[in-house]
Design a protein around this ligand. Sequence first.
Ligand SMILES: Cc1cc2nc3c(=O)[nH]c(=O)nc-3n(C[C@H](O)[C@H](O)[C@H](O)COP(=O)(O)OP(=O)(O)OC[C@H]3O[C@@H](n4cnc5c(N)ncnc54)[C@H](O)[C@@H]3O)c2cc1C
Length: 462
Amino acid sequence: MTLTEHRGPVAERTRVAVIGGGASGVLTAINLLVRSDDPALEVVIHEASGIVGRGIAYGTNDQRHLLNVRARHMSAFPDSPSDLLDWALRTGRSSDPQGFLPRADYAIYLQDRLADVADDRLRVRAGRVLDVVPSAAGFEIVTERSRSHADAVVLCHGNQPPRPLTLADGAPVPEAPWHVANPWELARLRALPAEAHVVVVGTGLTAVDTVITLLEDGPEREVTMLSRHGLLPKPHVGQAHTAWVTKVPEGPVTADAIAAAVTEECQAAAERGVGWRAVVDGLRPATQDLWRRLPHAERERFLQVYARDWEVRRHRMAPDVALRLQRYRYEGRLHVRPGTLEGVTDLGERCRVTAGAETHDADAVVNCTGPLSDVRRSADPLIQALLARGTVAPDPLALGLDATPEGQVLDAAGLPVPDLHLVGPPRKGTLWESTAIPEIRAQAAQVAATVVQRTSRRTIAN
Ligand SMILES: Cc1cc2nc3c(=O)[nH]c(=O)nc-3n(C[C@H](O)[C@H](O)[C@H](O)COP(=O)(O)OP(=O)(O)OC[C@H]3O[C@@H](n4cnc5c(N)ncnc54)[C@H](O)[C@@H]3O)c2cc1C
């Protein structure tokens, strides 16, 4: 009996709901469609905005916001590394493998690749999913306007908006015209006065994007960036040696031992004229395994002592972006300060910010503290509903949701939820390295393979 003989009315279809249509959702859907030739399969992407492929990372319409990963590492398919470069060449974009394409172009790439494999088995539903309710027959997907059935669900809800901005004493920064709570609302930034002075809280990659949008568009503007450590991401540089094989400690590990081993490797590399970047990149394939081998208390120590230093080296900015920042600093339009937000006085359209010994009269304070990872503090109705029912649980460090290493969701009792999977940044707690495309595309391929295997068994059984 062939699978095709089971082609039947829509009601008999096996439906996979993909919750979220950012990079994780699109890559999962592509893999589902490519890996299955079952006409009874239906893949439904539920995307709040209705537009797939963008998400937070690639939803920017500022062409100066570049990918922070070289083009040669950003293919949608692990087994076809030149796919993005081939697409870029075909569509008249730069196909420099060492280059950094605009992030908005990457969204078009994902949309094109989805369109290439889409057939009548794919649906995109606009609207926010408010709940995913397990039932005897699968799941009920609840949106504002509808309820529908799914046999399997892949959560691809991605990065959460930043946690609300607070002062050093924990008091919330009030909502006000000068308070930009969502740094990805570029229209708010662009609408600021031509001579605005802006305080950007955070010095990570989102803060860097914000500075570029503000200062390229307003040559008279001034920005003060503020974070506890005052560290900007390190820039990528041209690397003669990219294939450094970083020695990975064997056996039981501690955070201190890993840090010492990395320092040693950097010294060994330097003696051979190889920069630390090659050591950091060389560690990437082993990072998830090292994380899994760290006992819980050691993971906590890593977060407390080493995480920030690791992040600024691991998540680097494109050289062009780094040059822009250097120029702004040289021109006296950008200041980077270590410190915390101690006070903000509401002056109506403006505010007065106190941080350390400095006071700034500012036209805006922008929350660039980075995506919220502690799901217990999420305001997302879907996350709240899933947590309240115990369908999902925070991972032990509350960096995301608990899941098996293969991406099956674990419930509040620590048990795998059949046919409920997770792809993307919310797997950070179990994998640590779960943020960027090289990891996400592998997760999407793996989860899709599992789902296809289980759903086709079901089709045959029917
Ligand atoms: C600013 C920024 C820049 C980045 N740049 C790079 C880069 O250059 N290279 C790289 O490899 N990685 C980059 N990353 C890392 C990024 O995490 C991944 O590359 C990837 O974009 C994550 O995709 P995602 O789909 O998991 O999450 P998101 O991009 O957050 O997308 C999630 C999507 O799900 C939707 N959604 C969420 N909840 C629901 C719901 N309940 N119902 C319906 N829809 C829902 C949202 O509307 C959104 O479209 C960047 C991250 C950020 C934040």
